[in-house]
Write a new protein. Sequence first.
Length: 577
Amino acid sequence: MTVSDSAGRRELAMVRAESRGLYWFVAIFSTCVNMLMLTGPLFMLQVYDRVLGSRSEATLVALAALVAFLYLMMGILDFVRGRVLARIGARFQARLDKRVFAAAIERAATGERQATAAGVRDLETIQRFLSSPVLSAFFDVPFTPVFLVGIFIFHPWLGILAVSGGAILVVTTFINQAHTRDPVLRSSIANAEADRMSERLKTEADMVQALGMRGAAYIRWNRLRDRALDLTVKASDAQGGYSAGTKTFRLFLQSAMLGLGAFLVLREQMTAGGMIAASILMGRALAPIEMAVGQWSMVQGAVRSWNNLAELLSQVPERQRKLDLPRPRANLKVASATVLPPGEHHAALRMITFHLEPGEAIGVIGPSGSGKSSLARAITGAWPPAGGSIRLDGATLDQYDPDVLGRYIGYLPQKVQLFDGTIAENIARLDPDARDEDIIKAAMQADAHEMILKQPNGYETYLTMMGGHLSGGQIQRVGLARALYGDPVLLVLDEPNSNLDNEGSKALNDAIRRMKAENKGVLIMAHRPAAIQECNKLLVLDGGAVRAFGPRDEILAKMVRNAGEIMQSQTKTGGIA
């Protein structure tokens, strides 16, 4: 265990400990089941040594009835044990679902796009392990010495043979773990890479088709797939070899036990019933070990997932409940803010300082790569500043709960991504308690209401992540409606008119004017000056630093030679670049 993931391990252990009482029930049921496992050996011992010798049918019937009852009880207890383990796994997953999802979302927001799916999969892997017969086998292992002692009672030689065979199986298990760990891990990583490539190609299917990339994309994906398949086969071969070898050796060991027992019977050192009973006991003693070896891939997967979750939960500590601050004013102050993209050491923004007051709209312009989108992510709270501060109405952004901050700051990203769901659900940000009037209000503010009504099912039209049959401009207007949903005090727009037509640009400018009139604030990231018609001030970025900040006309006059022509063009075109 490393220091970096110790906090996560403690958190997982605490959640697991919540089911301590259920584990005790499993242990009690396991004790009863394993004691009832002696039914078979004792029955065979009585049949061979008593019934056959006395030729008493009444004794045989009585023993058979007793054995049937004991096996029935064993089956019931084993079934109940399985149900309890299933609920332990379900309880573990239910207890951590929200925590892992939130941590994975936060980690994905900082650059690791696959973190959400990976975190959920790791939790599901642990849940399946906790509910599986493999865990039952671990509860059965402590009773192996009891069965071995029973074999020693029949005869020491039989006990020595059973212990030697069991030791070989245990050593084989550890060799299996050491030898198959790396192949299984490499196979999992390779399959994950191939799956990511496949999902990306499906997401960008239109582009792949339009650019004639199907053949090349298939070759790239097929290389990843072939590598994953090769590693999977190698891992399967390694595990299968150990599993088959263990099973074969156990069957040989059981026959060897019968052979040695027959030899001892011939020498009159034990009875035939003892020979059969000892063979059954040895099979029962080694069964948990064989189960562990045969299902070792599940054990390895659970251990790997446990380590992954421990790392995730350590890197993203659980957020403490934030005090509900009053609804802020659109008073944004950025003071000497330095922003580092997640996982990088080079700052995207350095010492950024500006102030947005209520009723203002600030345009942020600059060449590609100047840091405009990075500033948008920082102001929305997605990327925390590495230095300096970003304050909304006096409070730093981390003083707000992320979900609460999202209601105060509306965000339209440069590339709008929709979710699988209806148009209404997308506008409402998937809020199950959203009110119809709030959804329609946001759509009207984005001038998207009429466009939505023209869709096949209106607001109930189902969309996919790619937007379904909506055009780029229509997707952007749905995204604008989503940003305006909930009456935010600050609106952050990253290249908002990149896909809008003249009607959409007019609706955008109307929304900005409305926000200003309501004493709210707007921040517009624009690559071209023509997108900042409604801005009061301009912030010019270059190379991640502030090059100029001040009134729009004054900054344009300094920075752009044809500022007059641009402003005249804005008036005529409504702000289209």
